[in-house]
Structures are given as C-alpha cells and as structure tokens.
Design a protein around this ligand. Structure first.
Ligand code: SF4
Length: 97
C-alpha cells in the first residue's frame, strides 16, 4: 500500500505502542506509508512513565523503541498492526477534547 491508497482520513485513530512488548524491530517504520514511526532512544520523560518491565525491555534493545512521532498522520490502514512481530501496536480512537 502506498500513501494515498488508504481511504481513511487522518485524525480518527492513533497508533498506541505497548512498551512492554516493543523490541525495536522497526517493521512499523518500514511498512507505514505515512512515516508515522521512528525507532530511537527513549528519553527520561518517556522512561519515567514506564513499568520496570518495560524499562528492562527497552534497556535490552539499547534503550530504543518505536515512537509514533507523527501520529496525527495515521490513516488507519493497519499495516503496522499486522507487521509488528511482537503484537505491540494497536489503534485507538483519537480523544476528542
Ligand atoms: S495504521 Fe499504522 S501503518 Fe497505517 S498509517 Fe497508521 S501508523 Fe501508519
């Protein structure tokens, strides 16, 4: 699927990454047509909110995990959900506020 092929418009859902599962495999980076993801070292503001198990998971992969850096560009195609070998990604409705 290429960018523009997805019928859904952005702003309906966002990808949510399960920090206890992500192993920084970067399949989401490769498959997302809208460049929503990056795999990078997590900052202290991110790790401080994580469980001890999730921090250990990130530590085992050099402190890196997937981050949805452009979640507002998600078009709900679901490719990242299918591609993640750890089942770490789900799509959640955008909170309206
Ligand atoms: S569902 Fe996943 S792959 Fe598809 S646009 Fe959203 S973040 Fe990218």
């Amino acid at each position: 699927m290429a960018a523009g092929d997805c019928a859904e418009r952005p702003g309906i859902v966002v990808p949510v990454i399960d920090r206890s599962r992500c192993e920084a495999a970067a399949d989401c980076v490769r498959v997302c047509p809208y460049h929503v993801f990056d795999v990078r070292r997590l900052g202290p503001d991110e790790t401080s909110k994580m469980s001890a198990f999730s921090r250990l998971r990130a530590f085992l992969h050099g402190g890196k995990q997937a981050v949805a850096v452009r979640s507002d560009e998600c078009h709900a195609c679901g490719l990242c959900v299918q591609a993640c070998p750890e089942g770490a990604i789900s799509l959640a409705p955008v909170a309206k506020g």
